[in-house]
Design a protein around this ligand. Structure first.
Ligand SMILES: [Zn+2]
Length: 267
């Protein structure tokens, strides 16, 4: 990798955009509880739009040319998959339910943040150590499932868990954040679809900075609750009633191993 090549992609993004992206990725925005991320996003986009608003459900919108009659929407979803606290055992372990299509296979040993009433609480997904698991001959190992995955936040009783502000229904997000790999590849939790939210915000910035005059109203929409059935988008579409809508989201790179291109195609 040449130095020249590495600096090229970064040079395209101003420092403020990069700082916003990192901050936005690192701010949890679980389904139904998107307000922290939405505040950050609105605060950024308000510099580049004529007006902003939010709806009752938490979807955030920035508008350029609000008086034009022809309405174009560019959209992303603000929410990320997460977990819910479902049951707290007498020993202080926490069992969960899914909030969106979160993957149980990757959960064991992941570090998480439980968003409790008294603020964030750190925890980890427990799993028996390899030394203690049965793996001989015909006896099969346990597979991670929603029913057997549990969190340990350090509390030793249900009372201690509750004293930390953790309640049934509290949301849980993974705690890994933004980082950079070689060749300008980025990794982070919830690129689905925080990267879309970042892209549409950057569209607003580029329109403003390049003094582009649009012959239509542009609604830049960051919708909530996509991961549980596109709910935020459905509700805001009925309010804006756009003539055209362009939706951003992520997809899977099928060049990576163990993906069947016969089914998933070439991406
Ligand atoms: Zn998505």
């Amino acid at each position: 990798m040449s130095k020249e090549k590495k600096s090229k992609a970064k040079a395209m993004l101003p420092e403020a955009s990069m700082a916003f992206l990192k901050n936005y990725i690192n701010t949890p925005s679980p389904v139904g509880f998107e307000s922290s991320g939405q505040k950050l996003w609105l605060n950024y986009i308000k510099n580049y739009t004529d007006t902003t608003f939010t709806d009752t459900y938490g979807t955030a919108v920035g508008v350029i040319n609000p008086t034009e009659l022809f309405k174009v929407v560019i959209e992303a979803h603000a929410d990320e998959i997460s977990w819910y606290v479902n049951y707290i055992t007498d020993q202080g372990l926490i069992y969960l339910k899914r909030n969106g299509g979160v993957d149980h296979q990757i959960a064991p040993s992941m570090r998480v943040v439980i968003h409790g009433k008294k603020g964030p609480v750190k925890a980890v997904f427990g799993w028996p150590a390899i030394h203690t698991r049965i793996s001989n001959g015909d006896q099969k190992e346990n597979q991670p499932k929603v029913e057997n995955l549990f969190l340990d936040c350090g509390a030793r009783s249900k009372k201690e868990v509750e004293a930390l502000g953790i309640h049934i229904g509290a949301v849980v997000t993974y705690s890994d954040g933004f980082d950079e790999l070689a060749n300008d590849y980025w990794i982070g939790r919830a690129f689905d679809n925080r990267i879309g939210g970042f892209m549409i915000a950057e569209v607003a910035r580029l329109i403003k900075e390049n003094k582009v005059k649009l012959p239509f109203a542009l609604y830049i929409v960051n919708a909530v609750q996509e991961e549980i059935g596109l709910r935020g988008a459905e509700m805001i579409a009925r309010r804006i009633k756009p003539d055209v809508a362009i939706i951003t989201d992520v997809t899977h790179d099928t060049q990576t191993p163990m993906i069947n291109k016969n089914i998933e195609g070439d991406v």
